[in-house]
Design a protein around this ligand. Structure first.
Ligand SMILES: NC(=O)c1ccc[n+]([C@@H]2O[C@H](COP(=O)([O-])OP(=O)(O)OC[C@H]3O[C@@H](n4cnc5c(N)ncnc54)[C@H](OP(=O)(O)O)[C@@H]3O)[C@@H](O)[C@H]2O)c1
Length: 276
């Protein structure tokens, strides 16, 4: 299936690794021009080089040949106003005139809510609620004027099934989820702009590896034992891959997904047991 988005411009945040990178890769394969963002410039540049190679082969899933896409780097902390200004000001980029925006940043640390004061909460809200809202505020009206726009927010399965030690994430991402439910149904929906959240369960990324390594160290189990124990709780029997995640994101960004908005898409190998 040709996703119909070749030549469009996408901003993918947190794109040097993991799920953001998976989204960037799936989009560049469809011939989408990218501005990719992460804080560490060297890793980001290396990712851009690899994405460009993927874009060179950008035959799309159906073998359609697209024009060679551009991949521009915007190394910055996306959770700061300066970082967002840098992303919108990247030389050769589209300014704020993105057609597709994938919001993403690191998740807040785990812990006990008794230890978190106002500063910890403000940081979590900045990263996982207010930054995506600021990115939408900067881009959606231009998308509506041009009659096409796609926002995909990477959130978490914890929005549907909150995890006790992830209180900062549960709270901040639930705030974003509530905001999106309203904003997606505003005047944007009739003007070609969709806003959806993509909720990862357990995906094999550096972040998951760090979490599981810490668990192994605390529990006197080996890392393979800890990984196996987590996989055993997932009906699919495995962790997801960033490539799978990126493919879902690319579909939500496609011309075919114009009638899907305000939704929370869970990708968790069946781990969430409920029907809603
Ligand atoms: N993987 C999972 O199983 C899973 C499950 C549920 C939720 N999530 C959520 O999904 C998101 C992505 O997770 P992941 O597993 O892909 O993490 P990851 O492998 O650690 O990758 C995170 C990416 O975001 C970038 N980043 C982090 N903070 C940033 C910031 N302030 N500004 C710009 N870029 C930033 C990182 O690069 P730099 O460090 O160089 O900035 C990196 O490119 C996180 O919010 C995570 O909480 C993941």
């Amino acid at each position: 299936m040709d996703l119909g988005i070749a030549g469009k411009w996408a901003l993918v945040c947190g794109a040097s690794k993991g799920l953001g990178r998976g989204c960037a890769q799936a989009l560049v394969r469809e011939g989408v021009n990218l501005v990719i963002n992460a804080r560490e410039p060297g890793v980001l540049q290396q990712t851009a080089t690899e994405l460009l190679a993927a874009g060179d082969e950008s035959a799309g899933a159906t073998g359609q040949k697209h024009a060679k896409p551009q991949v521009l780097c915007a190394p910055a902390d996306i959770t700061t106003p300066e970082g967002r200004a840098a992303v919108f000001g990247v030389p050769g980029g589209p300014g704020r005139a993105f057609d597709i925006v994938v919001t993403n940043a690191g998740g807040p640390p785990p812990g006990d809510f008794r230890d978190w004061g106002r500063e910890a909460w403000l940081q979590a809200l900045d990263a996982n609620m207010l930054t995506p809202i600021e990115l939408m505020r900067a881009t959606v009206d231009g998308m509506a004027e041009r009659g096409f726009g796609r926002i995909v927010n990477i959130t978490s399965s914890a929005v549907k099934a909150p995890i006790d030690i992830l209180g900062l994430s549960n709270g901040a991402r639930s705030g974003l989820t509530g905001f999106v439910a309203g904003a997606a149904r505003s005047r944007l929906a009739a003007r070609g702009v969709t806003i959806n959240n993509l909720l990862p369960g357990k995906f094999d990324t550096d972040r998951l590896a760090a979490t599981l390594t810490a668990q192994a160290e605390r529990s006197a189990r080996t890392l393979p034992e800890v990984r196996a124990a987590h996989m055993a709780q997932i009906p699919a029997g495995r962790f997801g891959t960033p490539q799978e995640f990126g493919a879902i994101c690319a579909f939500l960004c496609s011309v075919h997904a114009g009638y899907i908005t305000g939704q929370n898409w869970l990708a968790d190998g069946g781990a969430y047991p409920g029907v809603h």
